[in-house]
Write a protein that binds this ligand. Structure first.
Ligand code: MLT
Length: 312
């Protein structure tokens, strides 16, 4: 009986347009990844895939929307690593992160780097570290709210330098980048998906990457470790989720469409241009994402607890 229901659901799926929830603002790195993937998935699924920027509460609002959606594959979520950090960061969530979601597959891995407004005084990273120590009350650091990777990256930077800056939350790093370019905020830690263009066109200054190795698409930007700041590393990744209880055949259809999107030459070209890496076929599976999701919840929990910074 169960398999008949599952078969029927898979045949009928998708019944109409699929809503892809994106937890951050349009034009930001998550949105860019989502729209590139949705463009191919809708051809594969034979129905429009409509990206909806369900912003707020560092991404937990969109996760909550997904958790409450009917588990039929018509509503999916494209979220990054923040879905696992918010499991610890938020004292209270409108869903149980351990049981709320089903898994379609991993989508990308994305490096991060620290940038500033173009006319920010410090000439290089060493000067920046001295400058923020002397001017900590004046320096602002943008992020996309608690649970955003820009928040985690900024938190780590402040922990490692021992300097507490004034953080300015946005609905995504798309608008945060606009304000960094415009000089309204001083510093921003962003993913290459959003930062590569502005760095290459000198609209922002790049101080250091938050990676173990230099980022191939931005070879002139040194790693923080090269410049003496060890441990400043944040590896971002994206995943695609459905509500728990979504039938496996529906997940399989979504997964096939996701894999097609990751192999699509235009996706591969744009990702490469933006320093964004599509994951392997083995990672782009429900099992691959499920393992990553729970491992990352466990990895981040003690780090966040040690930082003692929680969100409500
Ligand atoms: C975004 O898409 O705006 C970012 O992924 C936000 C963030 O987590 O920093």
């Amino acid at each position: 009986f169960v398999s008949t229901v599952a078969l029927v659901s898979a045949q009928d799926f998708p019944k109409g347009p699929v809503t892809m929830l994106v937890p951050f603002a349009a034009g930001g790195p998550t949105d860019v990844v989502a729209r590139l993937v949705a463009r191919v998935m809708e051809k594969e699924l034979g129905q429009p895939v409509l990206v909806e920027n369900a912003t707020g509460a560092g991404g937990t609002l969109a996760s909550g929307r997904l958790a409450r959606a009917t588990p039929d594959g018509q509503t999916i979520l494209l979220h990054h690593m923040g879905i696992t950090t918010s499991a610890t960061l938020y004292r209270k969530l409108a869903y149980d992160p351990k049981t709320a979601f089903g898994f379609v597959g991993q989508v990308t891995t994305v490096p991060m780097l620290l940038v500033s407004r173009p006319n920010f005084e410090p000439a290089d990273f060493k000067a920046l570290l001295a400058y923020i120590k002397d001017n900590k009350d004046k320096v602002s650091l943008a992020n996309a709210g608690p649970g955003a990777v820009s928040h985690i990256c900024g938190m780590l930077f402040m922990q490692l330098t021992g300097v507490k800056l004034t953080t300015v939350p946005y609905k995504g790093t798309g608008p945060a980048m606009t304000d960094t370019i415009g000089g309204q905020v001083d510093l921003l830690c962003d993913q290459t998906t959003g930062a590569t263009g502005p760095v290459k066109t000198h609209k922002v200054k790049a101080y250091a990457t938050a990676t173990a190795e230099r980022i191939p698409v931005l070879p002139d930007v040194p790693t923080a470790a090269e410049l003496g700041l060890k441990g400043f590393e944040v590896g971002v990744w994206h995943g695609m989720y459905v509500p728990a209880g979504t039938p496996a055949p529906v997940i399989d259809k979504l997964n096939a469409a996701l894999k097609a999107a990751l192999h699509d030459p235009e996706t591969v070209r744009r990702f490469a241009e933006l320093g964004t890496a599509p994951v392997s076929d083995a990672e782009a599976t429900p099992e691959g994402l499920k393992a990553k999701y729970f491992a990352e919840i466990d990895r981040w929990a003690p780090i966040i607890k040690a930082a003692g910074e929680y969100a409500d």
